[in-house]
Design a protein around this ligand. Sequence first.
Ligand code: GLN
Length: 551
Amino acid sequence: MTKHIFVTGGVVSGLGKGLSGSSLGRLLKARGLRVTMQKLDPYLNVDPGTMNPFEHGEVFVTDDGGETDLDLGHYERFVDENLTQDSNATTGSIYSSVIAAERRGDYLGKTVQVIPHITNEIKRRINRLVSDEVDVVITEVGGTVGDIEILPFLEAIRQFRLDVGRENVFYIHVTLVPYIGPSSEQKTKPTQHSVTELRSRGIQPDAIVCRSDDPISADLRRKISNLCDVPMEGVVNAADASSLYDIPLVLHDEGLDEYVCRVLGLDDREVDLDPWKEIVAKVEAATTPVRIGLIGKYVSLPDAYLSVVESLNHGGLHHGGDIQIEWIQAEEVEGLLAAGRLKDLDGIVIPGGFGERGVEGKIAAAAYAREFDVPCLGLCLGMQVMTIEYARNALNLANANSTEFDTRTPHPVIDLMESQRDVTDMGGTMRLGAYVAQLKPGSRVAEAYGEEVVSERHRHRYEFNPKYRQRFEESELVLSGESPDGRLVEFIELNNHPFWVATQAHPEFKSRPDRPHPLFREFVAASMQRAEGRNPQLIDIDADVPANAES
Ligand code: GLN
């Protein structure tokens, strides 16, 4: 029988429910259990694909082409399982299914209502993840208890326990225990109110994860236990950790995984936390500073590039590098370059994006990296931008561009594929999900991957224009990976450069803390080499002593 853990949140949003759930997932996996995860999102968008990254952060893409909530990225990185689009359901998608069924006449003329029709559809979505291959499904309910939109979800997960049996369901509520400065006290009242709200919906939590700045005292735990009617073992404190990788170990020390297993009647198996502890040890050992400029359009909300940043960190952990991200607004690049403000960067990442704003700045950054031997990694739009830069400045194709930004460019080096033209629906027009690429033997990317056939996730409409292939192939730029039918260019790289590599895909979705993605690993290596080259020079200048002076 598959067991279910539901994670809800209270008091405020942004408490890290996703990370708490993922960390618990990791702990259960460390006990040899087979774990999968999902997110139920109360907003009305059918999926996050069309949502502005400024508001919602990155869209995480699954192998099967799901455009999903960024928490799925945490799930994949922590639990180390590839998820599918079934792992994310929104109110919008749930209502769409119910309304489509109503139009088909599936409800035989009955009045269609939130209860039972919407709640049944929510339960069906939860049940989609149940299989013989899964011991535990962890379901995170987005939003905060008390939100209007969350009610059908709470009702569905309440009913779920009745449907599958009490012994098969565990409810975790994540709350905040704030510190009130003037009275120097940590306060439990918000937690009490939040639990009261949850109970008014018929859900009694089995455990409460209390987030706090500093550890909470035994007295406070006792108070929460008493007032919220949760056994002491179920009151778990997750005080702010220095790194997100600490969270599984914190929850383990608090006994959460053991308690969950006991309540759910899962065998008490040995926990192998060594692999995770190795990751944590690497975080502590990653001390060599590496300054990476991330040239983006949505830099005011770093969550918009969450997986890119995580992948860079994975590369840093691998090499002992402490990745320091310089968030650079794409539109400001030209000014910063003119002022010499980018010269201390050890590497440049040009991530994905949509729309024209900031594109010229990204092109300028690619040109600077190419000319001054700065390692540069282009991801999706990044590859398109690097292609445009090379076309304009190395192949002398004046005003080369992507037709996304200039429909009348004389040199559309990036263009829509025939099959993409004339499609007007905003959802569903993109190349989405995993596609295989064939890498050129001996190329830098083939060496990095250590294999010649690779699969990466995609999310874009525009492609390298095959009409320009030959022009590029005759130059120093290598088209180092393509689709198996040879029609689509998937990777490019520059000869005679420390690292100027790009891909049409989004490799950031597949990197893991203990298995950095090969492109990020190599990019960070090249950036660290530059950092090492730069540092002694800086020291020489600062110390103002001749390089050959005796010490
Ligand atoms: N805007 C580009 C396209 O649609 C790149 C998309 C992306 O970077 N994800 O092709």
